[in-house]
Design a protein around this ligand. Structure first.
Ligand SMILES: NC(=O)c1ccc[n+]([C@@H]2O[C@H](COP(=O)([O-])OP(=O)(O)OC[C@H]3O[C@@H](n4cnc5c(N)ncnc54)[C@H](OP(=O)(O)O)[C@@H]3O)[C@@H](O)[C@H]2O)c1
Length: 270
């Protein structure tokens, strides 16, 4: 929470929309979540964002959950409408909007490999599957989590989602050779780690999305660009998941460009 970029983005959005709103951050222990939510609802807050560990803890305290919050298993945005506390998850839709905005990319009929099986990976897999992806492979360090995610996403969306363990360089080359989109939804890259996939398996026709936004360039993104592939970091997703929250709270179209500028200004210069 200490490094959250949300106050900068959201306050820029309110200024651009000329709304007399302010976005503040509070540290709330899990044990106090219910009283904090009830309190801010009574005080007239339009809504709140939640971050780890409250995202998961909030699931049990909402009056209503959207389908994406239920599927992802986490609430990142809360709205208070007529006394009803509703939990949303805007990460998956934010990811789709960022790919559409930056690449004009739509997942229908495409194949994807998603690295990770945590909250971000769940949001991305369910969003791609619901948007008509042809097939999705989930790869995760802890194989059992990838198996659970693939099984649930296949069951709930009807998409061909499977978990795979490409252990050799050759297996990675085969897997990525037949893939349109590679998404890194693990935290690998946040601390300057090497690429989570062998560089020799990256090919020019791949689009590579890394959900890491700080640092803005990771070893995976640099390797993808060096191979002629299109690559984008997680800034677009962060902006769009926030824009969707603004739209839920205000019923206004979010000023995405102002939010992106504020986010970029808030990140350390590389
Ligand atoms: N751009 C955005 O808007 C946005 C939004 C949400 C998240 N994110 C980013 O997405 C990433 C994941 O977030 P999350 O919320 O999904 O976290 P999470 O629930 O804690 O999941 C972390 C994932 O990373 C994997 N992982 C962690 N360390 C690893 C390592 N050393 N080697 C291989 N795999 C490793 C974990 O594998 P195991 O299951 O084996 O532990 C798990 O799949 C973070 O970098 C976060 O900043 C970005």
């Amino acid at each position: 929470m200490a490094h959250s970029r949300s106050p900068a983005m959201h306050n820029a959005a309110f200024r651009a929309l000329k709304l007399p709103y302010v976005y503040l951050k509070f540290r709330v222990p899990v044990a106090d979540l219910v009283s904090a939510l009830r309190g801010v609802a009574v005080l007239g807050f339009r809504g709140v964002n939640l971050t780890i560990p409250l995202k998961e803890a909030a699931l049990g305290f909402m009056d209503r959950l959207t389908i994406s919050a239920r599927r992802v298993g986490a609430v990142n945005t809360v709205t208070f409408d007529l006394g009803t506390i509703e939990g949303h998850n805007t990460d998956g839709e934010g990811f789709l909007r960022s790919m559409c905005g930056e690449w004009g990319y739509r997942p229908r009929g495409m194949s994807a490999v998603v690295l990770g099986a945590g909250g971000a990976a769940r949001a991305v897999v369910f969003a791609l599957a619901s948007a008509g992806a042809r097939k999705i492979a989930v790869v995760n360090r802890t194989a059992s989590r990838a198996e659970t995610l693939a099984r649930e996403a296949a069951r709930d969306t009807g998409c061909n989602v499977r978990s795979v363990r490409p252990l050799s360089v050759g297996a990675w080359q085969d897997l990525l050779g037949e893939t349109d989109l590679l998404v890194n939804a693990t935290s690998v890259g946040m601390r300057g780690e090497p690429s989570p996939v062998p560089v020799s398996a990256l090919v020019p026709r791949l689009r590579v999305a890394d959900l890491v936004y700080n640092p803005p360039s990771t070893a995976l993104l640099r390797a993808a660009r060096s191979k002629g592939a299109r690559a984008m970091n997680g800034c677009g997703m962060l902006v769009h998941q926030g824009a969707l929250a603004i739209e839920r709270w205000t019923s206004l179209r979010a000023p995405v460009m102002a939010m992106r500028r504020a986010l970029l200004r808030s990140l350390p210069v590389q």
